[in-house]
Design a protein around this ligand. Structure first.
Ligand code: CP
Length: 303
C-alpha cells in the first residue's frame, strides 16, 4: 500500500478535501476527549519559534506531550541567533542535540520550505511571514465544523489586514477546498484588489457584506510586517472596519465571530463583540490543541 505519511505540513493549499477531512475527523475526536495515541513516545518534537507566539507555541507543546512525546522549546530571544547564527545552523544544532520532528515559526516566508529541502526530518510550519499558518487554518476549520457540521453554502468574511495575513491565506484555502465561500474585506491599502489572485473576491464595503455572512473572521493589523505605518488614520480604520455592536445588529443572528489572536481590543473588535455570545475565539484556541495533535500524529503514521 502507498505510504500516505504526511511528511511536511507547509500550507493548507497542498491538501485535498479528503486529506483535510481526515485531519478534521481525527482532531474532532480529540476535541471530544478520545484518549491520545502514544505515537510520539520516545520521540522529541523541537518547537522552534523565531517569532513571538503564545497560542501556537504552547498548544504545539501540549499536543506533543499528550501524544507521549518530549519537547525541546526554542525561542529566538536569548538564543545564539542574536550572535549571528543562521537558521540552518541553528536547526542543525538542535538536531545534533536530538529532535525527531521540527515545528517552526519564522518571520521569513518560505523558511519552513527551506528546512523541508535541507533537513531530513518532518517539518511543520507554525507560521511563516505572510505565506502560511496551516495549523491555524485547520483549527479555524475545526471550530466552524463543530458549529456547522458542513461548509457547503456557508459564506465567511475575512476582514482587515488581509494583505499581511498568513492566516487569511491558509484559512481561505482550506475553506474553499471544503466548499465554503470566502470574501476578503478591508481598506484598499490592507486589502487590495490584487488579493483576488488568491481565489476569493475582494470588497472594501464591510457594511454591505455583513448581512450575507455566516462567519466573520477579524484580523489584527500586523504592524510587524508593515513598514512606514499601516494607514493615515486609526480612527478612520475603526470607523470603517471595526466589528462592534452596531454592525452586529445587521448580521445574521447566528453569525460566528472568529479571530486568530492576539486581539487588539478597540481596534478590529470592540470588547462587546470580542466577549459576546457570537465570539468563538477561545473555542479556536481549544481546537488548536486537538488540531495540532491530529497533525503531529498524522506525520508519524503510515497506512
Ligand atoms: N494565532 C496565532 O498564531 O497566535 P500566536 O501568535 O499567539 O501563536
Amino acid at each position: 500500500m502507498a505510504d500516505r505519511r504526511l511528511f511536511h505540513l507547509l500550507s493548507l493549499a497542498d491538501l485535498s478535501a479528503d486529506a483535510l477531512t481526515a485531519l478534521l475527523d481525527r482532531a474532532e475526536r480529540y476535541l471530544q476527549g478520545d484518549a491520545a495515541s502514544m505515537v510520539l513516545a520516545g520521540k522529541r518534537v523541537a518547537n522552534l519559534f523565531f517569532e513571538d507566539s503564545t497560542r501556537t507555541r504552547h498548544s504545539f507543546a501540549v499536543a506533543a506531550r499528550r501524544l507521549g512525546g518530549e519537547t525541546l522549546d526554542f525561542t529566538a530571544a536569548g538564543s545564539s541567533t542574536n550572535k549571528g547564527e543562521s537558521l540552518l545552523d541553528t536547526v542543525r544544532t538542535i538536531l545534533a542535540i536530538g529532535a525527531d520532528l521540527i515545528v517552526v515559526r519564522h518571520s521569513a516566508s518560505g523558511a519552513p520550505a527551506l528546512l523541508a529541502r535541507e533537513i531530513d526530518r518532518p517539518i511543520v510550519s507554525a507560521g511563516d511571514g505572510r505565506h502560511a499558518h496551516p495549523t491555524q487554518g485547520l483549527l479555524d476549520l475545526l471550530t466552524l465544523r463543530q458549529r456547522w457540521g458542513r461548509f457547503a453554502g456557508k459564506h465567511v468574511l475575512i476582514v482587515g489586514d488581509v494583505a499581511n495575513s498568513r492566516v487569511a491565506r491558509c484559512s481561505s484555502a482550506g475553506l474553499r477546498t471544503l466548499g465554503a465561500r470566502v470574501t476578503f474585506v478591508g481598506p484598499a491599502n490592507l486589502c487590495p484588489a490584487s488579493l483576488r489572485a488568491l481565489g476569493s473576491p475582494v470588497t472594501h464595503d464591510f457594511d454591505a457584506a455583513i448581512p450575507g455572512a455566516d462567519a466573520i473572521m477579524m484580523l489584527r493589523i500586523q504592524s510587524e510586517r508593515i513598514s512606514g505605518g499601516a494607514f493615515p488614520s486609526l480612527r478612520e480604520y475603526v470607523a470603517g472596519y471595526q466589528l462592534n455592536e452596531e454592525r452586529l445588529r445587521r448580521a445574521k443572528p447566528d453569525v460566528l465571530i472568529l479571530h486568530p489572536g492576539p486581539v487588539n481590543r478597540g481596534v478590529e473588535l470592540s470588547p462587546a463583540a470580542a466577549d459576546g455570545p457570537r465570539a468563538v475565539i477561545l473555542d479556536q484556541v481549544r481546537a488548536g490543541v486537538a488540531a495540532r495533535m491530529a497533525v503531529l500524529e498524522r506525520m508519524q503514521t503510515t497506512d
